[in-house]
Ligand binder design. Structure first.
Ligand SMILES: Nc1ncnc2c1ncn2[C@@H]1O[C@H](COP(=O)(O)OP(=O)(O)O)[C@@H](O)[C@H]1O
Ligand SMILES: [Mg+2]
Length: 325
């Protein structure tokens, strides 16, 4: 479980999120949405403990699996398979087992005896950590994410950026974490893998936050939506699935717009009344009060005033490329 209390996030001097409080508990399947640059990545980074909020606290209990938007750089000499298995600390046991297999095969007398005893101990440890079933499970997850056995046997530095990110995703899903933080997990996945991930997340027993542009995935998977409104620097929490969220948010935006128009109308009326009253010497104080009330009505609105900036791009008809492209 992750609990955020009164957190504030900034990018330089700019406030991304102000005074937000929420939890990610078991069974929460949260879709985190908001326009580009709203602060989704910054927020997940802080939730994972790889960043610190400017104010407020974040408390974590249980294991957290974090897939960052940008691939990590770590030890690139390890095999892809070992990287995945390291999530449950199976990699080191397996490596030692392999070493002792070697000694058993090549050694003689006491050396061989020792290696056999060591091997037995290691295998017991391996079995208590899930053993061969866990190794098979890791391979199944990896294959579903487009990483066949051949790739798993290669060191990370021979893999493409996309493959490495899939290794990280496989590692996190294999880790058995209580809470997942997935920042655009569908990037670098092909269509089949996306379908598989969707089904995997649908039945995940822990809690998670997922950031994704894949509407299909979000629509079928999430039971809550956190909308990061960059204009208001607020997180709006919708305890409902995707379809209902869309309706509810549209209603919320209409309501805010209506409230704004009402307030603006009232303020305009107050101001024009104040202007008339200012002409009379006996009413200047009343006029001032009225103008102040108008100002107060408008001051609460500033945050919602700006609408999302959406670029409209139009490309000219390209010239025909001719017979020889
Ligand atoms: N290292 C950084 N230094 C300064 N500003 C940053 C840095 N990283 C991101 N930002 C800014 O923070 C804002 C939020 O970015 P980000 O969290 O990546 O948003 P999102 O994931 O929602 O697209 C953006 O406006 C971005 O320009
Ligand atoms: Mg991002």
């Amino acid at each position: 479980m992750i609990t955020a209390s009164g957190i504030e996030l900034r990018a330089g001097a700019r406030i991304l999120i102000e005074n937000a409080s929420f939890r990610i508990a078991k069974g929460d399947r949260i879709g985190l949405v908001g326009r580009n640059g709203a602060g989704k990545t910054t927020l997940t980074k802080c939730l994972a403990g790889e960043g610190v909020p400017a104010a407020g606290t974040i408390a974590r209990s249980g294991d957290v699996g974090y897939l960052p938007q940008d691939p990590r750089t770590g030890d690139l000499d390890v095999l892809a398979r070992d990287r995945i298995l390291s999530a449950r600390e199976l990699d080191s046991v397996l490596r030692k087992m392999r070493e002792n297999e070697e000694r058993m095969a090549n050694g003689k007398g006491a050396t061989r005896e020792k290696a056999m005893k060591k091997y037995e101990r290691l295998e017991t440890e391996f079995l208590t950590k899930g053993g061969y079933a866990a190794e098979a499970e890791a391979a199944t997850i990896a294959a579903a994410l487009g990483l066949p056995d051949r790739v798993l046997g290669q060191p990370l530095h021979t893999l493409s950026g996309g493959q490495r990110r899939r290794v990280e995703l496989a590692r996190i899903l294999f880790s058995d974490a209580d809470t997942l933080l997935l920042d655009e997990p569908t990037n670098h996945l092909d269509a089949d893998s996306i379908v598989w991930l969707r089904d995997y997340l649908k039945t995940y027993r822990g809690g998670f936050i997922v950031i994704s542009h894949d509407v299909d995935l979000v629509e079928t998977v999430v039971n809550k939506v956190f909308y990061l409104d960059a204009n208001r620097s607020q997180i709006d929490i919708y305890n409902m699935g995707w379809k209902l969220y869309q309706q509810q948010r549209e209603a919320d935006e209409k309501r805010r717009k209506r409230e704004r128009q009402n307030a603006e109308k009232k303020a305009a009326a107050l101001n024009s009344q104040a202007d008339k009253m200012r002409a009379k010497a006996t009413k200047t104080v009343a006029a001032q009060n009225m103008a102040r009330r108008a100002e107060r009505l408008l001051s609460g609105l500033e945050a919602v005033r700006v609408s999302d900036k959406v670029a409209k791009l139009r490309f000219p008809e390209p010239a025909p490329c001719g017979k020889t492209p």
